[in-house]
Write a protein that binds this ligand. Sequence first.
Ligand code: ADP
Length: 552
Amino acid sequence: MEQQNSDTSLLSEIEELRYQLEEARDTINAIRTGQVDALIVKADAGHQLYTLKTADQTYRVFIEKMSEGAVTINREGIILYCNTRFANMVDTPLEKTIGQPLLFFVPDTSKNKLEKVIYSSWNEDCREEIILKDGGGKDMHCLFSCNTIELDSGIALSIIITDLTVLKNTEQELQIRNYQLEEAQAATEKLNNSLEATVRQRTHDLVISREHFKLLTNNIVQMTWTNLPTGEFTSYNQRWYDYTGLILDDDHDVVWEMVVHPDDLEKTLRLYNNSLKTGELFEIENRYKRYDGVYRWHLNRSKPLRNDGGDIIFWVGTATDIEDQKQEMERKDEFIGIASHELKTPLTSLKGYLQLIAGYNKEELPPIVKQYITKASVSISKLQSLINDLLDVSKIKAGRLEYAVGNVNISDLVNLCVENARHVNPTYTFITKLDDEYIVNGNQERLEQVLMNLINNAVKYSPGNKTVTLTIQQVDDNVRVGVTDSGIGLSYDQTDKIFERFYRVEDKQNMTSGLGMGLYISKEIINNHNGCIGVESEIGKGSTFYFVLPLI
Ligand code: ADP
């Protein structure tokens, strides 16, 4: 029975509570939708009536739709009214927020601050950042804007709560970005500074290098110039101006015409233009006019300066005064000419007398004397060939290397020379590769002289491998005669110079006798036969000297 009574009372209590909840919901809904203008709140001091004096329907709806939380509290800090947004912010059902102290929705750490804000706000409007607890216990940074409002029942505090989460996040993001920006700025500045320092250093180096170049070019005894790939001259050193005595205006194009001897001009221009076209070294000996009208021989050399891509940026040229060397060389040539001529006469008599001695009653001569006569004859032959070479050089210089021409059978010539060489060099093997008969127009003795010179050199400069090969072949309308040895060979630079007068390779290990005249004479002879002479060689491996002559 007792049990039945308590169940009944519990049921009625639940019913009463449900009724109260429904009532609360209705009330809140009525407030939100503007159906009521006042409400009674049960507080410790008894029931209190709050009139929503200014909150007419339009404003309440407006507040309800705001994206900010809106709360009205009384002097005790109890929430009289809040909009749905606020309820969502604190993740609490609307009916459970109204009637609760506002402090309930802030974390302990912020309670003190909120109390102070609320306290001040009763006297004047306040705005302050306060942390709100959301339903999940997470902190939410909010801006509380507090204003007092006058209700029928007295003054209440209206608080607009703006969620600063997005703002804070953006601020934080901004801070990070700012920080990153600052770091990037610092890095850029550092880079900039280092770049500036590099540029400063480079500029300084450049100035030094330019001054260095200027100083150098102005102090050397050679004249120097620079020109563009198009041929236009861009600068000259002081020596150039001092020597030529010229003052140039902008017209740098006629410079060759102004300074080079008229007889050397055509060749100079031809080689210069050819170098500009091919990018090859420009080299020529020509006569330069001095300020006083005197011409002096100069050696001109110009080389191109290329960029990383291999294109020519500009050319740097020099002109070296070789007038004194030229005169010296001429004196030497003159002396050689006179000396060889003077030597020829006594040598011819010496040879004649030796022949007389050799022919004189042979039986009466002791064998040792016969030996001496043979040795003396060999030496005289050598001396004679040396004097002949010297005489040839003089003749070439004087333009008097003359000889009669007729048909020359090259195949016979080769056989004859090889025969000769075999006789003189019995330890050497001579191989001939002859495929046909070839006839050229020329001088038999002079061509023999050339071929013998090439064969003798092949023997002289191949002390190790004693095989010399002679190849005769037709190339277009020409015959090509090649003499190949496997001797000491020549470097690229040396092959360039060996056809010059008196040039000999300075090789202490392979020093042989000679005066460096043979190839010079050979070249002249072959050129006079409208042919050409050349060499293919590799140092340490051997050489092939060849000449090419037009066939009849
Ligand atoms: P010479 O032999 O009297 O010195 P040449 O005019 O015949 O004079 O030769 C000039 C230079 O060329 C020689 O001193 C030598 O250094 C080089 N030379 C000539 N022929 C050969 C060769 N077959 N192999 C290597 N070097 C050679």
